[in-house]
Structure formats: structure tokens, C-alpha cells
Design a protein around this ligand. Structure first.
Ligand SMILES: CC(C)(COP(=O)(O)OP(=O)(O)OC[C@H]1O[C@@H](n2cnc3c(N)ncnc32)[C@H](O)[C@@H]1OP(=O)(O)O)[C@@H](O)C(=O)NCCC(=O)NCCS
Length: 345
């Protein structure tokens, strides 16, 4: 196989001097906590209804981590599942990247807690913060280490305990989110194209649309920040919705263009699982058929950086993605940030 072209697509990365090197997802795994919070449960907590939530978002239930279950626990469980499937030992892992907006602690990095939990004592470890686009950012960062031959095995995890930053009295936000984690192991695979391209973007001018105002150097934790409820996620829903649709379409289209692909050639589209209406609008603009989309947000809500890898894991285990299939992942989040990636599975 030519490293530059397949009969089906162009591999933009192979045009650089990578000498046959590629970066594939060798294994994927995910974990969601046991406790289920349904829309009917939420009806008892805030002024909302199952009908409103289902119609406006598509979410029916979400998972909540236990009080003594932290982001690193969710991440470690997802990572262990991916490692078992790929028969990867902890000692093989060179680098752990955890994408999260709900770290166990501001520092050390959640990736360090994970390193200890999975026993990957050789691995370097750091966190990456790109909100709901975090996993796609992490994939793009991780693949650079594989392609440059710096590392052989990189673990990229998207993990969130969003329930720890949700204002459970705010109906505008509390109905949308959930907890969970997804993980992939990146490695070179002979004869495979793997990650063909990734388009990342950001717009800091719209940082205020989606944020956690308190607890950083701007507004350090104090009795005032607690009283003002600044340690909870804040969001302008309508503006975020519009920006999400535009950014996801732009990133997906640019990725397709770089690989000289038509959307019809994509076997499975894994969108960030924020809202069914956002996914429908993106699919319509891209000219995608509903059967190309993988959606599981009805079960988990928006799990931010975990949403794409959890969906990827379920799509793979459910047989929706087969070896050689082209997969488009596309996400959007606070920052604002966005990203799309195309991989040959
Ligand atoms: C949040 C979101 C579901 C709201 O849907 P919407 O159609 O934009 O709804 P609106 O904001 O216009 O609100 C409509 C009404 O429903 C009300 N409402 C909001 N949340 C509600 C809830 N959980 N239950 C019942 N009513 C609710 C609003 O208060 C508003 O009432 P009003 O007209 O009396 O002011 C939608 O904007 C959205 O999904 N935005 C993107 C959020 C997102 O994905 N964020 C993460 C990105 S990674």
C-alpha cells in the first residue's frame, strides 16, 4: 500500500517524511458509573419535565459518580478496559494524556493519579484542557508522539466527573450533563493509515459562553466565590448551540477536504454527544445520512471530554465500526474549542 494514497482517499500526513509511520487506535475502552439519574428524577429536583428535556436535548438519563469515585477512578477503569482489549501491559505505556475539565485536583494532574492507579510507572503524564473537544485535541497531541517515533504507546483518556461542577438548582444546565470516561491506546500499526488528519480550532473571544468562573487565579476560592456560586459551570445555551453547529461543520468539512473524501464514504460519524438537535443540524449541513451517525446521548447526556471515546467504544463493540472503515469524530466545547478527526479504523 502506498503510504500516501489509498484507492479511496488521500492521507495528508503521509506526504510528510514519516517513512511509513502511522498512528492507529490499537484499542478502546470506556466506563460509566453505576448510578443512573433519569429525567423523572430531575423533575423532583428542579422545575423541568421529561418531555422538555427529551424534546429539547434527546437526553433521557445520565450517570453519576459516587462521592468517593473521582475523575481518575473513571479514567483508570476506562484505561484498564482498553489495555485489556489491546493486550497492553502497564509497563508498555510511554505517555498518559488525560483530557478533562474536572480534574481530581487543580494539581497534580489527573494523569498522574491515573498513572499510579494503572501502574504505568514508566509513563510520562499530563492533563489537557480543551473542554468537550478535549479528546480530539488529545488524540491529535498523542499521535504526534507516535508519528515522530518519540513513543511507541500512548494512552489518551477523556474523563469527567461533571456532577462535581453542576449547579443542581439550575435547570438550564443540570439536565444536560453526566459523568464517564473513555480511553484509547495509540500505536503504530503496519500497513494501516490510522489517524489521517485532525482539524483543531479555538475562539477565545467567546470564552465567556461556557465557563467555570471560580477557583482559578482570576477568582480564587473564597467565601464570596462560594456564596456567588462561581464554582459551578455557567453556560449561554442558545449562543453555544449556534456556535457548536457552525464550528463542527467547518471542522468536519475541512477534514474531509484534506483527505479528498466525500461524507458518503464515512462509515461512522461520532459527534460530541451534547444535544440531539445539534447533531441533527450538523448532519443535515454535512449531507450525512442518519444511519451514518452514532448517538448514545440518551443514556449518558453530555460527558464533555469523555463523550466521543465512550461513543467510539460503544460503536466498535456494537459492530458499527469494522477494520478499514473510515470514521469521522467531531466535537465542540468551552473555550471555545472545536475539532474533527478522520481515522481509518
Ligand atoms: C440548553 C438548551 C437545551 C436550551 O434549549 P433552547 O431550545 O435553546 O431553549 P431556550 O434557552 O430557548 O429556553 C426555552 C425556555 O425553556 C426554559 N428551560 C430551560 N431549561 C429548561 C428545563 N430543563 N426544563 C424546562 N424548561 C427549561 C428556559 O428557561 C426558557 O424559558 P423562557 O422562554 O420562559 O425563558 C440548548 O440551548 C442547548 O443545547 N444549547 C447547547 C448546550 C450545549 O450543548 N452545551 C455544551 C456544549 S459542549
Amino acid at each position: 500500500m502506498s503510504p500516501h494514497r489509498s484507492p479511496r482517499f488521500k492521507n495528508p500526513r503521509a506526504l510528510h517524511n514519516y517513512q511509513g509511520r502511522s498512528c492507529s487506535i490499537a484499542a478502546v475502552g470506556s466506563y460509566v458509573p453505576e448510578r443512573i439519574l433519569t429525567n423523572f428524577d430531575l423533575e423532583k429536583m428542579v422545575n423541568t419535565s421529561d418531555a422538555w428535556i427529551t424534546e429539547r436535548t434527546g437526553v433521557q438519563q445520565r450517570r453519576l459518580a459516587a462521592a468517593d469515585e473521582f475523575t481518575s477512578d473513571l479514567a483508570a477503569k476506562a484505561a484498564r478496559r482498553a489495555m485489556e482489549r489491546g493486550r497492553i501491559s502497564p509497563e508498555q505505556i510511554d505517555l498518559i494524556i488525560v483530557a478533562t475539565i474536572t480534574p481530581d485536583t487543580p494539581f497534580p494532574a489527573t494523569a498522574c493519579w491515573v498513572q499510579e492507579k494503572i501502574g504505568a510507572s514508566r509513563a510520562a503524564a499530563f492533563d489537557l484542557e480543551a473542554a468537550c473537544s478535549g479528546f480530539i485535541y488529545g488524540l491529535e497531541v498523542g499521535q504526534q508522539f507516535i508519528m515522530s517515533r518519540t513513543y511507541e504507546t500512548v494512552l489518551v483518556i477523556g474523563a469527567e466527573k461533571l456532577s462535581s461542577i453542576i449547579d443542581w438548582t439550575d435547570r438550564n444546565t443540570c439536565v444536560l450533563f453526566g459523568d464517564g470516561a473513555g480511553a484509547v491506546v495509540l500505536q503504530h500499526r503496519d500497513g494501516a493509515h490510522g489517524v489521517l488528519t485532525a482539524c483543531l480550532g479555538a475562539d477565545g473571544r467567546r470564552a465567556d459562553l461556557l465557563s467555570l468562573p471560580g477557583g482559578g487565579s482570576r477568582q480564587p476560592a473564597s467565601s464570596r466565590t462560594v456564596a456567588d456560586r462561581l464554582h459551578y459551570l455557567r453556560m449561554s445555551g442558545k449562543e453555544t448551540f449556534k456556535s457548536a453547529v457552525t464550528a463542527m461543520c467547518t471542522a468536519a468539512q475541512e477534514s474531509l477536504r484534506r483527505c479528498e473524501l466525500d461524507i458518503a464514504q464515512i462509515a461512522c460519524i461520532i459527534p460530541h454527544q451534547a444535544n440531539q438537535r445539534i447533531i441533527n443540524a450538523v448532519a443535515e449541513r454535512l449531507g450525512a445520512r442518519p444511519s451514518q451517525l452514532f448517538v448514545n446521548l440518551q443514556k449518558y447526556g453530555n460527558t464533555s471530554a469523555a463523550s466521543v471515546p465512550i461513543a467510539l467504544d460503544e460503536a466498535v463493540s456494537g459492530g458499527r465500526i469494522q477494520r478499514g472503515d473510515l470514521v469521522l469524530m467531531v466535537g465542540f466545547g468551552g473555550g471555545l474549542t472545536w475539532g474533527a478527526a478522520i481515522i481509518e479504523w
